[in-house]
Design a binder for this molecule. Structure first.
Ligand SMILES: [Ca+2]
Length: 197
């Protein structure tokens, strides 16, 4: 009898745990990052909106910089896409200034600045942002004489920092690992990511 009572008692204790375990798990949309980085910039018309920890908000975008010199544009894109974003698209002078400050504020500012999110389309040789819009259909901030597609293989987006005028754009070769290149890997651009808030 004592054993039966003990078993019954144990079942009673386990019952709430068992019931809890069977509850459907509700998806927590954005909840994981929601309060990661509380700050004044999180308040927008009384609606709390935050960028994930490590990202910085500008308007309706979150920006992130990986200041590791990255020789391949493709790798830079992969870095951003693995974080749920893509290389940055720049739509205004204010956004350009904000991003330039962000790049210049990193520990590592390389000779070739930062990769930004446009690339030449092989089919028509024109430059497109990563969302598919033609670069020249928007505000542009080219360094004078750019984009020049020098030697026919400058196909990737760069924001200039150290050389020439900081903040200007250039079409740059996409791979610093080409054999015979006069540039070091450490010269290559850092990674500038963006995603919607
Ligand atoms: Ca160029």
């Amino acid at each position: 009898m004592a054993i039966k009572e003990t078993v019954f008692f144990l079942l009673l204790i386990m019952l709430p745990v068992s019931t809890e375990a069977k509850k459907p798990i509700k998806p927590r949309v954005r909840a994981a990052n929601f309060y990661d980085a509380p700050s004044d910039s999180c308040m927008d018309n009384c609606v709390v909106k935050c960028c994930p920890s490590g990202w910085v908000r500008h308007g309706n975008s979150c920006c992130y910089i990986d200041d590791t010199p990255t020789p391949l544009y493709r790798d830079a894109r992969n870095t951003c896409q693995s974080k749920g974003g893509d290389l940055a698209i720049i739509r205004s002078a204010q956004e350009n200034d904000f991003i330039l400050d962000l790049v210049m504020g990193q520990n590592t500012v390389t000779r070739f600045g930062a990769w930004i999110g446009f690339q030449r389309n092989a089919a028509d040789s024109k430059l497109y942002w990563v969302d598919g819009t033609p670069v020249d259909s928007q505000c542009v901030n080219w360094l004078p004489g750019e984009p020049n597609d020098a030697h026919g293989y400058e196909d990737c987006g760069q924001m200039i920092t150290k050389e020439y005028t900081p903040g200007k754009w250039n079409d740059l070769f996409c791979n610093f690992n080409v054999q015979g290149s006069s540039f070091e890997s450490s010269d290559s651009p850092v990674v500038l990511c963006q995603k919607p808030i």
